[in-house]
Design a protein around this ligand. Structure first.
Ligand code: ZN
Length: 178
């Protein structure tokens, strides 16, 4: 079934594809008939006489419509942050109703490789934490901008090759190395 898009009081359809994108046709809101161009700004329906005057010329107008329609393709897209050379490794525990968790390998600002773990509550969007595992220095840290991890977790332990780093739900023992 073809779709019609209502924008600026007229209908627009996407018909055919060229190298520079889809062909956008202007259609009458009353009978869906293609409008006749009387000028780059003025269009009239040959069926019912509906007339439309645009402020922008039709090419500009079509470009806007084309961009808006194209944006729908990305509605459910995943967003990759690329400033930090983020590489998505995998998504786990997608099925859990209460919590979500996501892990990535990225490079920090010093160019060192780090493992990033995001975790949070599905019930409360603000309850989320972001852990950084500094692989070289064997350190566990968290993003201060999010909820403090102890609000979500009782204890988080990272076991490295030579040491262990943990965050526990007691302010004094935070980030203790042992
Ligand atoms: Zn019409």
């Amino acid at each position: 079934m073809s779709k019609l898009y209502l924008y600026d009081e007229v209908l627009w359809s996407k018909e055919g594809l060229t190298r520079s994108g889809p062909i956008i046709i202007l259609r009458c809101p009353n009978d869906y008939c293609e409008l006749d161009a009387k000028s780059p700004f003025y269009f009239v329906c040959p069926m019912c006489g509906f007339a439309k005057m645009f402020e922008k010329n039709i090419l500009e107008q079509k470009n806007i419509v084309k961009k808006i329609i194209k944006s729908f393709d990305f509605k459910d897209s995943e967003v990759f942050r690329i400033e930090d050379e983020m590489v998505k490794v995998k998504k786990v525990m997608e099925k859990d109703e209460d919590y979500w968790i996501e892990t990535c390998i990225s490079k920090n600002r010093d160019g060192k490789k780090q493992l990033v773990i995001y975790a949070g509550s599905r019930k409360n969007e603000d309850d989320k934490v972001q852990f950084f595992l500094d692989l070289e220095n064997e350190k566990l840290g968290f993003d201060q901008g999010n909820t403090h991890p102890e609000k979500v977790f009782t204890r988080v332990v990272a076991d490295f090759k030579n040491s262990s780093s943990s965050i526990v739900s007691n302010e004094n023992e935070k980030n203790e190395k042992f």
